[in-house]
Write a protein that binds this ligand. Structure first.
Ligand SMILES: Cc1cc2nc3c(=O)[nH]c(=O)nc-3n(C[C@H](O)[C@H](O)[C@H](O)COP(=O)(O)O)c2cc1C
Ligand code: SF4
Ligand code: SF4
Length: 463
């Protein structure tokens, strides 16, 4: 079978695959970008340029590890390029000459003066780059100087500066938005109004990484003092997905999107694309694992596309956008309940505790004699037996097994037990006939007022 075509077109910026390196340390120099393209990346957004290089602090990164996994969240107080504009522009020109088929987008940030923007746009486009990205997202340092998120938090500024850039730009202009705003649609619409060809999101989220309990210093610190920094990495992905979908579903935005935030595997990239992104950008994962990461991203996306019969990326971009809507559009007549696969259960009791203390007290526990349990159909196929008789029975006592069952009548189908269960697939959520018609909350209240339906109450308190 023919290999799927991974090429993408993000507002006229063509790329052999959707995987771009985000504007950040991995795109700081021609040396890095060359190695990234050789490794397989389809595009890059060059580390943000200004007229003058900035001075950075030391140290500048912090990370949140979770349960043995390193860098689940990443924080930085780094600024934009600390290299000269001339060096950067020369290297961009060389890279574009040597990799004509790859996407080379250049990120820009200058003071909010029309001539300054005109000048840097002209100088940058003279390199032959494929597009520009306006950094209206950096939440630290530059924002205190009236740039970055100081622009991206004010729709009027976003529109005004985008319009200045569009007065002279010859290549497509992406506006990169800050997530540090109440409703991303306000700045998404402003970017569109200003003439943006596309939108990139998200930049980093304002954060303090932590405090050292011995020294009382914030982390990271510079000579003992800290500053709010930008948060990114796997932990921010759900926030980014929500913002991408909000713009993808907004008819007043309606321009291509480049999705960013916590992407570390092809599955994450597919999710962003299903929710409307034409390309994706990656920073933290490339800093953590290196450029080779892209090999798995490419092969994983190709395999997934083949399995689903997709020949090209536009076959699935945006496919899930319309499946997300307002809460008020959800069906109150729909019900699921939890079902425990007894043969997979290791009798740890985690689901029981979660439901008992955190949900609706819908899991029953029965203390069963070990020999009786093993003689039962579930017991004879159970993980308990196949584990060589290991005793997975906290609290049951010697010679007994705790057997857990869901009470289908009181289970509200919240998912908590299945999320907490340590055995993949052991608790399934299965559909149950609620006896109710399919209806939104508005329809429910209409039916109630017409006396066509009884009030829906939570399951009876059984304690
Ligand atoms: C150390 C560091 C430096 C960054 N510098 C820039 C920058 O110069 N310009 C910019 O637009 N975004 C910058 N970013 C933000 C990233 O491009 C990206 O939007 C963010 O990290 C989210 O993606 P991720 O979760 O894959 O890291 C930086 C991020 C990090 C971690
Ligand atoms: S789905 Fe929720 S209510 Fe039902 S058994 Fe699990 S935790 Fe309890
Ligand atoms: S959490 Fe999972 S494995 Fe543990 S008792 Fe509940 S169903 Fe069994």
């Amino acid at each position: 079978m023919k290999k799927p075509d991974l090429s993408t077109n993000t507002c006229g910026i063509l790329s052999p695959n959707p995987f771009w390196l985000a504007s950040a340390p991995p795109t700081n120099s021609g040396y890095q970008v060359r190695r990234a393209f050789e490794a397989g990346w389809g595009g890059v957004v060059w580390k943000t340029l200004a007229h003058e290089p900035i001075v950075n602090v030391s140290s500048r990164y912090g990370a949140l590890d979770y349960d043995g996994r390193k860098i689940m969240g990443f924080n930085n107080i780094e600024l934009i390029s600390d290299r000269s504009l001339e060096d950067n522009l020369r290297e961009i020109r060389e890279i574009k000459r040597d990799f004509p088929g790859h996407a080379v987008v250049v990120s820009l940030m200058v003071e909010s003066e029309r001539e300054r923007w005109h000048d840097i746009v002209r100088q940058t486009e003279d390199t032959g780059c494929d597009g520009l990205e306006l950094n209206f997202g950096c939440p630290h340092g530059m924002s205190e100087r009236g740039m970055g998120s100081a622009v991206g938090q004010v729709p009027e500024y976003t529109e005004m500066i985008t319009a200045w850039v569009k007065e002279v730009a010859q290549t497509p202009v992406l506006v990169k938005l800050t997530p540090n705003i109440t409703d991303i649609r306000a700045t998404g619409r402003a970017a569109k109004q200003g003439g943006a060809d596309g939108i990139s999101l998200i930049n980093t989220i304002n954060s303090i990484m932590g405090v050292d309990l011995e020294t009382f210093r914030p982390m990271p610190h510079v000579a003992g003092r800290g500053s709010h920094g930008g948060y990114c990495g796997p932990a921010v992905k759900p926030i980014a997905l929500n913002m991408v979908q909000s713009l993808a579903s907004d008819p007043e935005v309606d321009i291509p999107l480049s999705g960013i935030g916590g992407i570390q595997a092809w599955q994450d990239a597919v999710e962003f694309m299903l929710l409307g992104a034409s390309s994706v950008q990656i920073c933290t994962a490339a800093m953590h694992y290196g450029f080779r990461l892209v090999e798995h991203m490419i092969s994983g996306m190709e395999d997934w596309m083949s399995e689903h019969g997709f020949e090209k990326t536009t076959d699935f971009i945006g496919r899930s956008v319309s499946l997300v809507g307002g809460w008020n559009e959800l069906d109150l007549g729909y019900r699921v309940v939890a079902e425990i696969k007894q043969e997979d259960c290791i009798h740890c009791g985690i689901c029981y505790i979660a439901c008992e203390d955190g949900s609706h007290q819908s899991i029953r526990v029965e203390k069963v004699k070990e020999e009786d349990f093993l003689a039962s159909p579930a017991g004879s196929h159970s993980a308990f037996e196949h584990s060589g008789g290991r005793r997975f029975m906290p609290g049951a006592g010697e010679g007994y097994v705790n057997v857990f069952e869901v009470d289908r009548e009181t289970c509200v189908g919240c998912n908590l037990c299945s999320l907490a269960c340590p055995v993949p697939g052991c608790i399934e959520m299965v559909e149950k006939d609620s006896g109710l018609p399919s209806m939104t909350v508005v329809e429910y209240h209409e039916k109630l007022s017409r006396g066509e339906i009884e009030p829906i109450r939570p399951p009876e308190d059984h304690r």
